[in-house]
Design a protein around this ligand. Structure first.
Ligand code: ADP
Ligand code: MG
Length: 582
């Protein structure tokens, strides 16, 4: 049987891994890197570009590019890219396709099956959208697993004889997750999980942008509208500065012009670690909430946790590490690279699904991350009040789980009942998220109080199925949750696949050239005027050479361009502006 790959489909970066021999390992992309930026672009000739080259292009031609679309998963939103509109699953499928191609190259076999990770806090629609993305990429999604669970699997796999309480703190580009778990005799039990879906490293970068703009007498929201190019470029500078602050005590940030260019004599603002720590204090306060909640749900105290595991690129930030150390009173674990641990766990999960012998002593149980229930009316003091949330599956219940609840009709001869399905923790449905509805029709005539059974089944993928039946009629109804486009019919899926098939992907073997070209283009504005002409000539020559498709011509032009870059003291692999993630 061919291998099942494990994929960490991140907001910022995505990774692909596989279980080979007796351990999980990562698969390099066409550039030899493990991290593929989750950025896609459409080139002038209509070809699709994924990863680092697309991220370079985003700086100079944002209209051709799309990024952070993971945040739109499960919504009906469309993203414009080079004049065409795409859904989040379509854009994600481009990233997945690229990872699939990398895996096929690496394994020298066709890859058809995958395990994909999602934030624990992803709701039903978002999980389904992720599955759709996989299908659009030609992958059978064997399992959707929670990112912190995957991270825990990596630690559990390597430390199988341990008996301890672990907490995974995952701060990625745009989401924050925290998960408490216990390991004993090869069994990994997820105890509780919590998080925030709009809190991540990007918010820390934004704090920095805001602080700098403030020093210049500007306000972020306003500047974003009035000077979008300046803000976009400054954000990139700040992203870079934020990373450097993980190594250095202070950094200088160059402030771009209004048109987004960065002249040599650009104004600079100095930021030190203290300024940064103060600027992000409100964000750190928000991190405490979900940690406390996970501990409370798991009936644990911070001091009882044996290991604190940091996951996600943003946990490299020192203020975050300081905060976590203070909170738990211990030094966090750093055995695995925080960028890689989720993907490695997805590969372990893939091995579990494939019944790989190397993991046959491992057992893993997961939980449902949020409460699922329905909207009901309550009678209070003779008055009927609507909009109350009645939980059917409580948060942090071990999955898979199936629970039934009995409801009754409110009025005599009521023929129809609308079951509105919600997730959330509030007693009023208006404060929770509606994830779908089920219309139960044909209730036989009779007095009020006829019984209707509602069953919720939450599977290992974290996908919910709702069933209802009327006790008297034995008539069964199954939920088709129609809230969002995430549920595609077979015909719709086929149409989407056909639509995507009209797109051609940029050849895998030429991606390094494309990345260099886009990187060089971005650097044009940053070299001094008297060097610029020669630099641009070399870029033109390289671009033309790439157009000829003749390998030798391309190699020659590439080496000329590389020499000029070296002369200018620009190292493409040490590119600033967040171009290098390792
Ligand atoms: P996601 O899971 O959302 O794809 P990642 O785990 O790749 O995200 O983390 C991306 C975030 O990590 C970004 O916000 C990025 O700025 C941040 N990050 C990466 N490296 C560093 C670093 N050295 N210092 C500070 N932040 C970093
Ligand atoms: Mg992640």
């Amino acid at each position: 049987m061919s291998h099942i790959i494990g994929i960490d489909l991140g907001t910022t970066n995505s990774l692909c891994g596989v279980f080979l021999g007796d351990k999980p390992r990562l698969i390099p992309n066409a550039l030899g890197k493990m991290l593929t930026p989750s950025v896609v672009a459409v080139l002038e000739d209509g070809q699709i570009l994924v990863g680092e080259a697309a991220r370079e292009l985003r700086v100079t031609q944002p209209d051709r590019c799309a990024s952070t679309f993971k945040r739109l998963m499960g919504s009906d939103a469309r993203v414009e890219m080079a004049g065409r509109a795409f859904t989040a699953p379509e854009l994600s499928s481009m990233v997945l396709k690229s990872l699939k191609a990398d895996a096929e190259k690496f394994l020298a076999e066709e890859v058809t099956d995958a395990v994909i990770t999602v934030p624990a806090y992803f709701n039903d629609n978002q999980r389904k959208a992720t599955k759709v993305a996989g299908e659009l990429a030609g992958l059978k999604v064997r399992r959707i697993i929670n990112e912190p669970t995957a991270a825990a699997l990596t630690y559990g796999f390597h430390d199988r004889n341990a008996e301890k309480k672990l907490i995974v703190v995952d701060l990625g580009g745009g989401t924050f997750d925290v998960t408490l778990m216990e390991v004993f005799e090869g069994t990994l039990e997820i105890v509780s999980t919590s998080g925030e879906s709009f809190l991540g490293g990007e918010d820390f970068t934004n704090r920095l942008v805001s602080v700098i703009l403030k020093q210049l007498g500007m306000q972020l929201e306003l500047a974003e509208l009035q000077e979008p190019l300046r803000v976009a470029r400054l954000r990139q500078q700040c992203e870079d500065a934020k990373r450097r602050l993980s190594e250095q005590t202070d950094v200088e940030v160059k402030v771009p012009e209004k048109d987004g260019t960065l002249p040599e004599k650009a104004r600079t603002v100095k930021i030190n670690r203290e300024t940064f720590a103060a600027a992000v204090k409100p964000l750190l306060d928000r991190i405490a909430g979900p940690i406390g909640k996970a501990l409370r749900d798991g009936r644990s105290e911070a001091q009882e946790v044996d290991d604190v595991i940091l996951v996600g690129g943003a946990t490299r930030m020192l203020p975050l590490v300081d905060f976590v150390r203070d909170y738990f009173g211990r030094e966090p674990e750093a055995t695995f690279n925080p960028d890689e641990v989720v993907c490695l766990g997805a590969a372990v999960q893939a091995a579990l699904i494939a019944d790989n012998r190397a993991v046959d002593d491992m057992v893993m149980t997961d939980v449902c991350p949020f409460t699922l229930g329905v909207n009901t009316a309550k009678e209070m003091g003779g008055q009927v009040k609507t909009g109350y949330f009645v939980p059917i599956i409580h948060r942090n219940t071990t999955i898979p789980v199936s629970k039934e609840h009995v409801f009754s009709t409110m009025v005599p001869n009521q023929q129809e009942v609308l079951v509105d399905v919600y997730q959330g923790e509030n007693r009023k449905v208006e404060n929770n998220l509606k994830i779908g509805e089920l219309r139960v029709t044909g209730v036989p005539p009779g007095p009020a109080g006829q019984e209707i059974y509602i069953r919720f089944t939450y599977d290992l993928n974290g996908i919910l199925e709702v069933e209802a039946y009327v006790a008297k009629s034995e008539k069964k109804f199954r939920a088709v949750l129609t809230q969002h486009a995430a549920d595609l019919t077979d015909a719709e899926l086929e149409a989407a696949v056909a639509n995507l098939q009209t797109l051609k992907y940029y050849p895998r073997e030429d991606q390094a050239n494309q990345k260099l070209l886009r990187f060089a283009e971005r650097m044009v504005g940053e070299v001094s005027p008297y060097q610029r002409e020669q630099f641009e000539d070399a870029i033109d020559m390289f671009e033309q050479a790439m157009g000829t498709g003749d390998r030798e011509t391309v190699e020659n032009a590439r080496s000329t361009l590389e020499q000029i870059l070296a002369m200018l003291g620009i190292d493409p692999d040490q590119a600033s502006g967040g171009a290098s993630f390792e």
